[in-house]
Design a protein around this ligand. Sequence first.
Ligand code: TXA
Ligand code: MG
Length: 321
Amino acid sequence: MKTQLLSAQCSTDLTQAAELLKAGEQVAVPTETVYGLAADASNPDAVAGIFTAKGRPANHPLIVHLGDVASITEWATQIPDEAYKLANAFWPGPMTLLLPRAEHVSPVVTGGLDTIGLRVPAQPVLLDLLATHQLAVAAPSANPYKKLSPTTAEQVVHGLGGKIAAVIDGGPCQHGLESTIVDLTKRPFSVLRAGPITASELSAVLGETVEAPEQHDTVVPGNVGSHYQPNTRLQMVAADLSDLPAPHPEKRAALLHFGDAPTRDDLVCIAMPDDAARYGQALYHQLAQADQLGVDEIWLAQPPHGEAWLAVHDRLRRAVS
Ligand code: TXA
Ligand code: MG
């Protein structure tokens, strides 16, 4: 299959993307978090094609992306008031709400679970596509299973080219890390996956504490320990680079660091932003760049701690080999 590169700037390309989706094809789409691999959520065969393209286990649930808040009633049931409070505060945006699923939802979408993840994405071209064509799309990150999530269309083609009908190129993603997942199916409410919106921000809107376990012990298929991995071995080093391994005569490494680069011929140095939001935006992209250098290892300087960095640490914990 030849994967078509469509432009988010071109209205005929977008019409074509909508037609492909309605015809049951898989199309990678830009979102404000990472690129997603979309298929019509009301067509189980189309959704099954996502799992085939990614090599993803069938019991890993998908997030359904909607064009407006009102559509959640078509996909979820027993929706608490808090869902609307959060939706009004953070949608369109990088937040996924976990709710009891509506009866008609195919188990292919939810991995057989009784719950469903829903979000209204903020990326304007995707949002417009969903709203204009009244589409709801199931979309996991557009990467082969366990690999780095793509934050550019080129990255999508690198991982899934030849396996999907098309990619809409909407430029680099704004956040660069996947959405915050909030479980509203049981109390106390909790964050199942850290993301751009923090538990404090969620709690402030609800006027009650949303829990944010630093390490998630809830076993959800798909919430697996090894994930988001570059092909090259990734290792953490101290932020001040005091424990860098000594140079090896035959090996080269990429170093993702803060501040000044050390002067060493065996290293390709990549400077990372020291602000959490900009770091998150750069992380997958720079790991993918480092991966393509053909180095023996990637060393990454330990980022700071604190709530703003939780999503970064969550992904890094799973990315180190
Ligand atoms: O930002 C994002 O959320 C991106 C973009 C494309 O929207 N999507 C994304 O999807 O990250 P994916 O499939 O790569 O990750 C979704 C995670 C999975 O790890 C899955 O375990 C969890 O969401 N999830 C989805 N539905 C769930 C459910 N019903 N119950 C528990 N976890 C669920
Ligand atoms: Mg993913």
